[in-house]
Design a binder for this molecule. Structure first.
Ligand code: M6R
Length: 606
């Protein structure tokens, strides 16, 4: 989850790394640090608890001149947030930054008698110490011996004190990408930052060692044989990664949705019908499976729930949605006839990655829906469909979610067509409605100040309940997560009919309720359930499909009329509205919307 950067070349390493760390901060923002090999060939470290801006201040007072360095922004796992636990860590001749978890660090501490010699409580310093133990002038040999001792996941960037101007990198699971840029060579934990500097990069293969020098990059396998990198092209518009005049990335990313959904959908409609052949998805994959199982976490898992509702009603295929973190431990049944769909914005979520590997071992076919090109989940899967959301920087996922939904609509449409649930005309009508999504969603975004006004009514709430049925419930699970993660208001989304089985005990005049009503077949039942909470004193904020109309005698705290689409597509405008609700609550509470406490954008620990 931590951000890693490294640079060696002809320019000042400190400035390049500080700029890059600011971009990388979304991966973790507990503490930050850099190590630079100075002109006298000494490696010096500056690091502190806090944000990159604090590190920048430190470097302004006491900077390090030099053209080779490694940097890090941390999301704490082992050891609290402190200056000492911030990376880089130096042990003897070795300086490292680390992303991942060394699971056997306690054994290593004992085995190499490190107890008295460590300066921090981190597993990362232990990795530096083991490297130093094995280092006697041959860096590749030391790295090789060290990685054989490490259990767990790691992306390590390494400097040896007596090899100035050179950075070594090795990894297991946790990603490292490498590029030629800025008059030298660079490495980073993800392409979002390297894309600012270079159009071409490669993903360091697991258990290969990269050697970065000013003049170029060499790649070695564990036997010490040279290898050729597999170069990839950055697939998104780097301009999109600025804030574009918005106060926070989250607002900008919400506002980008019509455009990125269009870019995700339009190339995949051919002859008026959803068509995934451009992604290399054979129709047989969709026609021959007997069941579908989604593995994903957080927001991506919520996208899977919407997909399940669509697939089951339109394709009539059995579909499960599993929390990726539970998948391996709950004896889920997957076999050769199961299509496992892994959904992940980053493509680096370790739980999702491990779930894909587990599914493959059990014979399932695997299809990834991923935003970041070349990411681990994409490479581990048999097939991949990329969402064209562009870089998503805010920790709270918005445009990645709705482009995941767009891909799930495309999959549903294609699957219904190839399995005969849709005839040609039905498939075309489905695609036409999907293509309307950007314009309808834009109407919600254009009225965002109405939602801003509504958000003020829950600013001081301790708890907010959300209720809806069917697809409305699936959307609210995501709306509730959004509110929790960026506003710190406790919130729960309930299937409306379930509230009275216990949770209604919590409803009082102090618990505002957000209700979404967009599904005709359950509309009247939803209204009855809403009356149940109103009778207990709760004020209700209603998001309703505009064509449904309101009962004359009903009283609402606020109402937002959602522009109409067919019921199955109302997820899209409703999602945008709920994202805006959470955003404005967080904004008006004066919180750091893009970097909510305790979270990180990419979750690479189990
Ligand atoms: O990169 P992924 O889509 O695999 O990430 C999964 C979750 O960690 C992510 O969706 C998380 O729940 C977001 N913070 C939600 O906004």
């Amino acid at each position: 989850m931590c951000g890693i950067i490294g640079y060696t070349g002809v320019k000042g390493a400190q400035e390049i790394m500080l700029d890059a760390l600011e971009i990388l901060e979304y991966r973790g923002y507990d503490s930050a640090g850099i190590a630079v090999c100075g002109e006298d060939s000494c490696v010096r470290i500056r690091k502190c608890a806090g944000r990159v801006k604090d590190l920048r201040l430190l470097c302004e007072k006491d900077g390090i001149l030099g053209t080779c360095g490694i940097g890090h922004t941390r999301w704490a796992t082992h050891g609290g947030v402190s200056d000492a636990n911030a990376h880089p860590h130096r042990f003897g001749k070795v300086t490292v930054t680390h992303n991942g978890i060394v699971e056997n660090y306690r054994d290593l501490v004992q085995r190499y008698r490190l107890e008295e010699r460590l300066q921090s409580q981190t597993d990362s310093e232990v990795a530096a110490a083991v490297l130093d133990h094995f280092y006697s002038g041959d860096p590749l040999a030391a790295i090789r011996k060290t990685v054989l001792k490490l259990k767990g996941t790691f992306a390590l960037s390494i400097m040896f004190e007596d090899i100035p101007g050179t950075i070594f990198a090795v990894r297991n699971v946790s990603p490292i990408v490498i590029a030629r840029a800025q008059g030298g060579s660079m490495l980073a934990s993800d392409v979002t930052v390297l894309g600012q500097y270079s159009k071409e990069y490669f993903v360091l293969p697991e258990f290969y060692v990269a050697v970065l020098k000013a003049g170029g990059v060499e790649l070695y396998d564990m036997a010490g044989e040279t290898a050729e990198p597999e170069w990839l092209t950055v697939n998104w518009d780097v301009d999109r990664s600025g804030k574009g005049g918005y106060p926070f990335y989250m607002e900008k990313e919400i506002m980008e949705q019509p455009q990125v959904i269009r870019e995700t959908v339009l190339p995949r409609i051919q002859g008026g019908i959803p068509d995934l052949s451009g992604d290399g998805i054979p129709d047989s994959l969709l026609a021959d499976c007997t069941r579908i199982c989604v593995v994903a976490c957080g927001t991506a898992m919520h996208a899977g729930l919407v997909g399940k509702a669509l697939m089951q009603s339109l394709v009539r295929i059995h579909m499960d949605v599993e929390l990726a973190s539970e998948f391996m431990y709950t004896d889920v049944i997957v076999d050769e006839e199961t299509l496992v769909i892994a959904i992940s914005q980053s493509g680096e979520t370790i739980d999702t990655l491990e779930a894909v590997k587990h599914a493959k071992k059990n014979g399932a076919k695997t299809l990834a829906i991923v935003n970041v090109r070349g990411a681990s989940v994409a490479r581990a899967s048999d097939y991949v469909i990329y969402t064209n959301a562009g870089p998503e920087i805010a920790v709270a996922s918005t445009k990645a979610y709705t482009t995941q939904l767009a891909v799930l609509y495309l999959l549903t449409g294609r699957m219904a067509y190839v399995r005969g649930s849709f005839g040609e005309e039905e498939a075309k009508a489905f695609a036409r409605e999907l293509m309307r999504v950007p314009e309808v969603m834009q109407k919600v975004l254009d009225r965002r100040e109405e939602i801003h006004y509504i958000a003020r009514s829950i600013l001081n709430a301790q708890d907010v309940f959300m209720m809806g049925r069917g697809l409305d419930h699936a959307i609210l699970l995501e709306g509730s997560l959004k509110l929790k993660e960026i506003s710190y208001i406790h919130s729960e989304a309930y299937a409306s009919g379930e509230l009275k089985h216990g949770t209604i005990a919590l409803i009082t005049e102090d618990t505002p309720v957000v209700a979404v009503v967009t599904q005709d077949k359950v509309k009247s039942k939803e209204f009855s359930n809403i009356k149940e909470v109103q009778s207990r004193g709760a004020g209700v904020i209603l998001f309703i499909k505009e064509t449904f109309g309101l009962e004359k005698d009903a009283v609402w705290d606020s109402v937002f009329m959602l522009p109409a689409m067919e019921d199955g597509f109302m997820v899209m405008p409703a999602s945008a509205a709920l994202q805006l609700l959470a955003y404005y609550v967080s904004l008006d509470k004066g919180l750091d919307v893009d970097k909510p406490r305790n979270l990180a954008k990419v979750v690479t620990v189990e």
